[in-house]
Design a protein around this ligand. Structure first.
Ligand code: F6P
Length: 408
């Protein structure tokens, strides 16, 4: 490969920029002449919104800053490539821009929707004898990509959630009043409960942990929930509950839509899920008279680079580097997957996997890891998640707040 381009797509993570670092550094090591960045993913690429990453990353200090920068440094998009038969001109335009800039390697950092773009473009290239190669680099706080053990971005979001919930539990327990405050924390993750399950990490010798965890994998029963809170209120001075934004009732309806009307959908047909903590807090307040509080962690959980997991940062760099290495060896239409060794000490091996088995597929939390009786996570989940949140990379501070690398 002589010239390559990297883009970011979908919801950002705390370490999505570390994958740019991995792509850039590996490309330089392999003597690749140019590394471009597409601004606002494939959507920006279609407008030829391209930058030369040397302008930022030739300076090692900026590499260090980029590892500590939240959000998508290049900008992101939620753009669904139309099927070839419906929009030949879109594909022609993409390849025209690639050819014009002499780009032969295309790297896309994203989740299952973004892998659809890699799939479509690599299929088109193969069918039309194009020389360009297309590689997927995994990222998502949702941790719902198939085949891979886990996804870069998840460990850092899980670390933020565990840390914040420990702090919330301390706060909620401050008042020695007779009746407890019920605090409901809403966590992202769409239709998979991986991230909400990470609330289970907020438990150790100094912290009692959350009182219940509700995942989208298990139908949510409001009456049972109210009864559970009523019982807890007779036993405890503080109640903290973790709920996924995507919890649904037995009929498959989102709890966050109760009384709020239908939610808007994005290009991939996903509803913007938010508000279930508030809905549940209002129901509890009116049915029990208890004081309630709803906390929606929202974008904080995917942008908290100040408390990112070092393991996650290193893995995000590695998946970027492995994608470039693979593409340089002629691979295309694949995504980097992480395989955990079955040894005592945590170790990850990196492989490439056919994008067709990954694009648009959602991986859920295994049922056997969920204790539905007590609404808690079982030990195998804790064993799975604990290594992913280990280690810290201290931010670079100026005047008391962390500094970031920003596009000019
Ligand atoms: O896909 C990642 C994610 O953070 C989901 O957890 C969440 O539902 C969604 O993005 C929110 O998307 P947006 O920021 O576009 O509303």
């Amino acid at each position: 490969m002589k010239r390559i381009i990297v883009g970011q797509s979908g919801g950002p993570t705390a370490v999505i920029n570390s994958s740019i670092v991995g792509v850039y550094q590996k490309a330089k090591e392999l003597g690749i002449e140019k590394v471009y960045g597409m601004v606002y993913g494939i959507e920006g690429f279609l407008d030829e919104n391209i930058i030369d990453l040397d302008d930022y990353l030739a300076d090692d200090n900026n590499i260090e800053l980029l590892k500590r920068t939240p959000s998508a440094f290049l900008g992101s998009c939620r753009y669904k490539l139309p099927p070839f038969a419906e929009a030949k001109e879109v594909y022609k335009k993409i390849f025209k821009i690639l050819e014009k800039n002499d780009i032969d390697g295309f790297f896309y950092i994203g989740g299952n929707d973004s892998m659809d773009t890699v799939k479509m473009l690599s299929d088109y290239a193969k069918e039309n004898n194009k020389k360009q190669v297309f590689m997927g680099i995994p990222k998502t706080i949702d941790n719902d990509l198939s085949i891979t053990d886990h996804c870069p971005g998840y460990g850092s979001a899980a670390k933020y959630i565990a840390t914040s919930i420990k702090e919330i539990i301390r706060d909620n327990a401050s008042f020695g009043v007779k009746k407890p405050t019920v605090c409901i924390v809403e966590i992202m993750g769409r239709h998979a409960g991986w991230l909400t399950a990470a609330a289970a990490l907020a438990k150790d010798d100094t912290c009692e942990g959350v009182d219940a965890i509700y995942l989208p994998e298990i139908p949510f029963d409001i009456d049972k929930f109210v009864k559970k809170i009523e019982k807890l209120a007779t036993e405890k001075k503080s109640i903290v509950i973790a709920v996924s934004e995507g919890i649904v009732n037995k009929d498959g309806n989102f709890i966050c839509e109760i009384g709020a009307g239908e939610k808007k959908v994005d290009a991939f047909g996903h509803k913007q899920l938010s508000g279930c903590a508030k809905t549940l807090a209002d129901i509890i307040a009116s049915k029990t008279g208890l004081k309630t509080r709803a906390i929606e962690l929202s974008t904080l959980q995917r942008s908290a680079t100040h408390i990112a997991s070092l393991t996650d940062i290193e893995e995000a760099i590695n998946v970027g580097a492995v994608a470039v290495e693979g593409a340089n060896n002629g691979k295309t239409g694949m995504m980097v997957v992480m395989e955990r060794e079955k040894t005592k000490n945590y170790k990850i091996n990196y492989q490439l996997y056919d994008i067709h088995s990954i694009a648009n597929v959602e991986r859920k939390v295994p049922r056997e890891w969920i204790c539905t009786k007590h609404n808690k996570m079982k030990d195998p989940f804790l064993k799975y998640v604990t290594p992913l949140i280990k280690g810290e990379l201290i931010p670079i501070y100026k005047d008391g707040t962390p500094v970031h690398l920003v596009r000019k």
